[in-house]
Ligand binder design. Structure first.
Ligand SMILES: [Cu+2]
Length: 542
């Protein structure tokens, strides 16, 4: 290399080196590593993040049976409202066969218990926090009043945790932030969340959303499913009962003693937020879990199945395909998106799924010989992370489930001409608190700042621009994807979405009507590490 070769910022290398020597400390190191991290990301766009390597022996693929999360029973049903109770607590969970993994859970299980609800029938959930840190619960995809939306400073404080006015015990990070949010509404030990569920039937999920600590808290196990149904969807006759399978995909890594590995700067998650330097782009695990089991297998009839897929990973993207012995691929017939049924089915050979996205897919196993294995693989994975789960076709069976040509006629058709405003919002790496950050329009999240204010009922177009992969999620509303990179949306952008996966150096336009409720909401990147490092902003509906 020439002595004065230019670096990416256009400065001569020699200057950079001298500066590093002169300062001799962490600032220059941070600048250099931040640059290296973003350079590495742009060279390998599909892998937003760095992978942890497990230190415990891992089981072979497709041996562990696919678990199905337990469905929670209401504790009371009165006045047309179903009431549930969930205790957030530490528990040892068997994820790898014969290995006990200490986790943070909803009700002692991972994934947390599934809530099954009906459109328009309100659900009230009392969460009790027996964890050692504050929590906030967000129902992702829920059309929820602001006070129950799990705003990141609306915390449920555990027993013995000091009020926000004082810093966290032994810490200096989180307490300091909540102090600056005069609108935070904290409760102690329990909190009642109310979900009207006046929305299209869809696969939603609930997860922790505490400011600065969402990534590690979800990684430790604070995630569960919530399915909304209605009569119209059931009347379609899509595969149901044992032929409808929720699939929560999430990667994790394990330490030598069977615990979950995560590169937190403060493993107690009580003080300083953030992750170690190589993981600033996102934390990836080398074990792919589906419903909490590593590379599971599920016995199926030779019939159609409805797979309700959620990518609950912090940062890992998947490009899923279903491969039969011999290499033939089965069609993935998409019937629904994040926010419910499509207008008509869309057939894919492979399906990219970013963190927090959901796809509702029908797969037909009827042509697979009995005994045959259908592997669901991630085309972007390598080595062991290429495998996700498998289906073993166990028997021939009758199947009268149709995939109707028309699935729904209630999809919003907002037009550009209806928009009262077009906003442009950038999602890029930058500097934050003297270190690496992920920023929206150049700013890290500040709960006290007003970022975007919309009028209730207004239609807006948002043009979202990315540097690397950013799955952008809006609370409260579903949206349509209008365009990608100046061209038409991709086939998997169909339907009503609440998370759009921006690809490197790509822009996308979305359109929505901000209706439902007034109040303070959020939009953010759903790469959980990006979110914790600033990539979140306030959405005020007035
Ligand atoms: Cu991001």
């Amino acid at each position: 290399m020439r002595e004065h070769a230019d670096d990416r910022a256009g400065r001569p290398m020699g200057v950079t080196r001298r500066r590093a020597l002169n300062i001799g400390g962490s600032l220059a190191l941070l600048a250099a590593t931040g640059l290296a991290a973003s350079a590495a990301l742009s060279r390998h766009p599909p892998a937003t993040g760095a992978e942890l390597r497990s230190a415990v022996p891992l089981p072979p693929a497709f041996r562990v049976p696919l678990p199905l999360p337990p469905v929670l029973a209401p504790v009371a049903t009165s006045g047309g409202v179903d009431r549930y109770e969930i205790t957030q607590r530490a528990a040892d969970v068997e994820i790898l066969p014969g290995v006990r993994t200490p986790m943070w859970t909803y009700d002692g299980v991972f994934p947390g218990p599934t809530i099954e609800s009906r459109r328009g029938r309100p659900v009230a959930v009392t969460h009790r926090n027996e964890l050692p840190v504050p929590t906030a619960v967000h129902l992702h995809g829920g059309r929820t009043p602001a006070e129950s939306d799990g705003y990141p400073t609306d915390l449920v404080l555990p027993e013995g945790w000091p009020d926000a006015a004082r810093p966290a015990p032994g810490g200096h990070g989180h307490g300091a932030h909540t102090m600056h949010d005069p609108r935070a509404v904290e409760t102690r030990l329990t909190r009642d969340y109310t979900f009207p569920l006046d929305q299209r039937p869809a696969l939603l999920w609930y997860h922790d959303h505490r400011m600065d600590f969402t990534g590690p808290a979800v990684w430790r196990g604070l995630a569960g499913l919530h399915i909304v149904r209605d009569d119209a969807e059931e009347a379609l006759g899509l595969p149901s009962g044992p032929r409808e399978l929720p699939l929560m995909i999430a990667d994790r890594a394990f330490t030598e003693d069977g615990g979950l590995d995560y590169p937190a700067l403060d493993p107690t998650l009580r003080g300083r937020p953030g992750v170690r330097e190589p993981y600033l782009g996102g934390v990836l695990g080398d074990v792919i879990l589906v419903n909490g089991a590593p590379w599971p297998v599920h016995e199926v009839d030779a019939a159609r199945y409805r797979l309700r897929i959620l990518n609950a990973s912090n940062a890992r993207h998947y490009d899923l395909e279903a491969v039969v012995d011999g290499g033939r691929r089965l069609d993935l017939v998409q019937v629904g998106a994040d926010q419910g049924l499509l207008a008509a089915p869309v057939t894919h050979r492979s399906l990219p799924i970013a963190p927090a996205e959901r796809y509702d897919v029908v797969v037909d196993f009827s042509e697979v010989p009995v005994g045959g294995l259908v592997r669901v693989v991630d085309r972007t994975g390598s080595g062991r992370t290429r495998d996700v789960l498998a289906f073993r076709v166990a028997r021939r069976a009758a199947d009268d489930s149709p995939v109707p040509d028309v699935l729904a006629d209630d999809l919003p058709t907002w037009r550009r001409s209806e928009a009262v405003r077009v906003r442009e919002l950038s999602f890029r790496a930058g500097r934050m608190r003297g270190g690496h950050g992920w920023l929206i329009d150049g700013l890290p999240f500040d709960p006290a700042r007003s970022d975007v204010t919309v009028g209730l009922g207004d239609v807006e177009v948002w043009r979202l621009v990315a540097d690397v992969h950013h799955p952008v999620h809006l609370h409260l509303v579903g949206f349509r994807v209008l365009s990608r990179g100046g061209g038409p949306p991709l086939p998997h952008d169909a339907g009503l979405k609440d998370t759009v996966s921006l690809r490197p150096a790509e822009s996308a336009e979305i359109i929505t009507r901000f209706d439902g409720y007034r109040g303070r909401y959020l939009f953010h990147c759903h790469n959980a590490e990006h979110e914790d490092m600033g990539m979140m902003a306030n959405l005020e509906v007035t």
